[in-house]
Write a protein that binds this ligand. Sequence first.
Ligand code: ARG
Ligand code: ZN
Length: 422
Amino acid sequence: ASLIWNVLGDQRDVNDIPVRYDDTELWRIHNISDALLRTVPVAEIMEQKFGANIWKENPDYLDLSITKAQANAARSFLNAHRMDTEVLARNVQDLIDEEQLEGIRATQSKLGRRTRKALNSGSEMNWNDYQSLETIYNYMREIRAKYPNICRLYTIGYTYGRRELKVLRISENPRDNKKIWIDGGIHAREWISPATVTFILSKLMQDWEHQPRYIRERTWYIMPVMNPDGYEYSRTVNRLWRKNRSPSVRANCFGVDLNRNFDIGWTSPGSSKDPCSDIYRGSAPNSELETKAVAEFLSKRKYNLEAYLTYHSYGQLIVYPWAFKAVKVKDSNVLQRVANTAAERIIQKTGTPYKAAVTHEVLGVAGGGSDDWSRAVLGVKYVYTVELRDRGQNGFVLPPKYIKDTAVEGWTVAETVAQAIG
Ligand code: ARG
Ligand code: ZN
């Protein structure tokens, strides 16, 4: 990949040829913890020796995609260490193609019926498909224009690729209200996350006047896409890209995992100092423009900041600190109870099971996360990372037909937390 500057002084990746995943399978590797106990770093070996792309790692299993060419060698290695593999999908490119086709079809069929309405409202935003950064940012601008008295739109910084970092504040009383921060899109390929956060925004604004007090008497900070460069890159070049797109000075690799770059337990396990790793923590805490912008913005607004919600995928989990060490926060019983309530409400609404738990137990120890940072450094009480759908059937490539129900699940967590704040 190389960079050029276009006439607008806009720095973009242009030489990247779209990456395809034909002949690539999606695997789930079971009973990895025995191997880990014998200090066999399975994920690292699969990544470095067999060119696998890690999708999800936790104490129970490891999901990854791997080319058919590497499959036999990888399987004998795994068998030798007594691990079994389950094939979740035979062809990852098919998943990606189906996701795209379904989105196009859904948009077209809805357009037929809705052309007049769409023209009237002027908005391209919808939840039949995943949307571009531009559509998402336009949607934020439309909301601001429609509710100028309670909205404020911030550009809190710029990315390496010179894209804006945008946050929308909704508040009737910024001075006194308790504050809730919501972000999405820290990880590029987790497309359901920006879709869910924009949906939360739409739920807040639809009929704002008639919202219950625990919604209306809050200050909401909404950042649907914390990693715009990565998001656009995942839409145009590599569907499975996770990190941002800043180049490393040490290696010919791009990107830092923004959720390993925050200034908390930065050198803890669960991140990598290798710039080519998908969980590269960066050259220093806050080395990345995105991390720095969010950290500076929130540090100035920590007064009354009661909740920090960050949306990821996948796994159907609602988790709370800590992640950087295998310890629970002191009031973990409160956080567990509120998460349980959210999970129960989700089951009632959509029938989807979510598990509520402390992060390190279900996802393993990892430092540098935004969730831990908001708790440890800002002192936020209600800190949750929500891992949206699914549980590995499609992983990051969640078919667009599931967007709306999944977004309802994300909204349910936000509502429940807003109420819990009291
Ligand atoms: N899948 C998310 C990640 O790997 C989970 C975040 C949980 N929190 C954390 N600080 N690791 O970033
Ligand atoms: Zn994530």
